[in-house]
Design a protein around this ligand. Structure first.
Ligand SMILES: NC(=O)c1ccc[n+]([C@@H]2O[C@H](COP(=O)([O-])OP(=O)(O)OC[C@H]3O[C@@H](n4cnc5c(N)ncnc54)[C@H](O)[C@@H]3O)[C@@H](O)[C@H]2O)c1
Ligand SMILES: *[C@@H]1O[C@H](CO)[C@@H](O)[C@H](O)[C@H]1NC(C)=O
Length: 313
């Protein structure tokens, strides 16, 4: 292409999609979102927290659910709740830190229900200790569950999506996958990995012209599911203003609702709450020292001081 023409067409396309995105933010997901009725949705870590709520939300929207978790009783509980909504559901007990177990279970799913339309990589774990106190096996497991498992589940289910040019991979990462946090070295690194995998995979699908296969990466701040039990946010006192908290711990119901809306709209990335977008922007152009000071002020740096987690022992 003529270089001048290429320059202006690129510029125009960037402006066009930017304006389109601005206009679309004013149209609610219920109006512009796609339908997932009749789709097969696989959720990992469905036995608790966000995974359970996402499963129920997709069930309400008419999807068929495939639930994966290492915790069989938690998974069965979710299945009961999904059934009560009226959706069909199948449960599989699988350890996501095992590649063999993932491939084997994926084969079983394909035999039982066929191809998966929406794959939600949600299961996650956290060590919650200062880097040098993290046991080696926990560092390894954190990466296996939070990052590497995504590679194996995608290897299992993406080919079917690409073949039909229809599908969606949803990766539940974290705002800790965009900004490093004191006391979460292994967790943050694993989530940065998940964010990088999602972004690259999306580029690859796009360059292959697979415009029917979408990916969404989800980056929420901390949520009161119990995963980060004991950790505390900070109330910020500003002269003349009363802010309840700039970064409050999020409610699981609200987060899962917003995640599903983002998926319905094929949104690439969602950060919750929205102020995270500002922090990521600031990180890009403020000197590192400013980031440290702000992180401390907003309470992120001491968030893990009182952490107990799911397994205090
Ligand atoms: N809770 C938060 O503050 C928060 C914030 C941002 C992102 N996230 C992410 O959201 C996702 C869901 O978190 P949650 O708060 O619902 O956690 P949760 O602990 O309530 O649920 C996690 C589920 O994953 C399952 N799981 C753990 N290891 C597994 C394994 N090896 N194989 C199969 N299943 C396994 C658990 O049994 C559990 O049912 C995680 O990826 C987490 O990192 C959580
Ligand atoms: C498994 O799920 C059950 C039911 O929700 C819960 O009571 C139990 O604590 C979970 N076990 C583990 C190891 O997380």
């Amino acid at each position: 292409m003529n270089p001048i023409l290429e320059f202006f067409s690129t510029l125009l396309l960037v402006i066009y999609y930017w304006l389109e995105a601005i206009v679309l933010t004013f149209i609610p997901a219920s109006l512009r979102g796609k339908s997932v009725a009749g789709e097969t949705v696989l959720v990992t870590g469905a036995g608790s927290g966000i995974g359970r709520l996402l499963s129920k939300r997709f069930a309400e929207l008419g999807a068929r659910l495939v639930l994966w978790d290492i915790n069989q009783s938690g998974n069965e509980e979710t299945a009961e709740q999904v059934k009560a909504i009226g959706a069909t559901v199948r449960t599989y007990t699988v350890d996501l830190s095992s590649r063999e177990a993932i491939y084997k279970t994926a084969q079983q799913v394909k035999r039982d229900v066929g191809e998966v339309d929406i794959l939600v990589n949600n299961a996650g774990i956290v060590t919650g200790k200062k880097f040098l106190d993290c046991p080696d096996h926990m560092i390894q497991k954190t990466f296996e569950v939070n990052t590497i498992a995504h590679f194996w589940t995608c290897k299992a289910f993406l080919p079917g999506m690409i073949e039909r040019n229809h599908g969606h991979v949803v990766n539940i990462a974290s705002s800790a996958g965009l900004i490093g946090v004191n006391g979460l070295a292994d967790y943050c690194a694993s989530k940065f990995g998940a964010v990088g995998f999602d972004e690259s995979l999306r580029m690859e699908l796009s360059m292959q012209g697979k415009n029917g296969v979408h990916t969404t990466v989800v980056c929420p701040y901390f949520i009161s599911t119990g995963m980060f039990e004991g950790a505390k946010t900070r109330e910020i006192k500003v002269p003349f203003f009363k802010f309840p908290a700039i970064l409050p711990i999020l409610k699981p119901e609200e987060v899962s609702h917003r995640i599903v809306d983002a998926v319905l709209c094929n949104q690439h990335i969602i950060m919750i709450p929205r102020i995270i977008y500002i922090f990521v922007l600031l990180k890009g152009f403020l000197p590192g020292k400013c980031g440290e000071i702000l992180s401390k002020y907003f309470g992120a740096s001491n968030f893990m001081d009182t952490f107990k987690g799911r397994n205090p022992n």
